[in-house]
Design a protein around this ligand. Sequence first.
Ligand code: BEZ
Ligand code: FE
Length: 296
Amino acid sequence: MNEERAASEQEAVENDVVARVLASFENTPDARLRLVMTSLVRHLHAFLREVRLTETEWESAIAFLTAAGHITDDRRQEFILLSDVLGASMQTVAINNPVSGGATQATVFGPFFVDDAPHVERGGDIALGAVGEPAWVEGVVTDLRGDPVPGARIEVWEADEDGRYDVQYADARVGGRGYLYSGIDGRYAFWGLTPTPYPIPFDGPVGDLLTATARSPYRAPHLHFMVSAPGLRTLITHIFVRGGEYLDSDSVFGVKESLITDFVVQDAGTPTPDGRELGGRTWSRARFDIVLADSE
Ligand code: BEZ
Ligand code: FE
């Protein structure tokens, strides 16, 4: 058989596999599932054929996914981490939070949100004993028309200065998280911690992947927000510290220019906005105004 003929027969064999797999999904009653599965099959096979995947590589991929399954439990979600480091989480955020006339941009949710965070009053302290430089964070929540949004629920969570969220502590301490409501003028304020960089969990297969590809597990310093109010689109986002490390190489591609915020460091002894005594420590001050889009 000449080379040209062999190549065209090989192509026919490969095309036939794709066609048969696609046909197997033809009778899927749910049109959306049919679309998603047939598109997935086309892209997956195109990928396999483009890289000419070897059988050893196929086995490595299965071992990788098996390890991701084994390390996943109620507190550790390796598949979300994988989605994060592949940029799939941020791409899904981008698709589902269309840029909308000045609304605050969304970013990745991350695995460290917990549902039952404590309530704090406006001006209260969400650090709750978590260590780090105090940060006063304030702003106003408005809608796209510029009207203040009173009673918006503002959930915030962040790592301590050692880069750990409370759910990563050995004990059940709660710290670095809480929720508050905006006032009748849409304003909010709270004490938190000046964010510092930290690595995503890298002691599992996703960490091995980052090492093998010479990538850093570090995230740019940030503070998470989830803001919700009736009739408005819930916003899940972070603010990032201007000048912080890893802004250009955030391991989960979460940084958006519009979310980079000044955390202006105040000398020790500078009076605080609410008269809080900080015992001769430096502190920082950030302003983050939040614009919520209309819900669809
Ligand atoms: C986080 O910011 O908390 C986070 C996001 C994605 C993966 C790991 C951590
Ligand atoms: Fe985080």
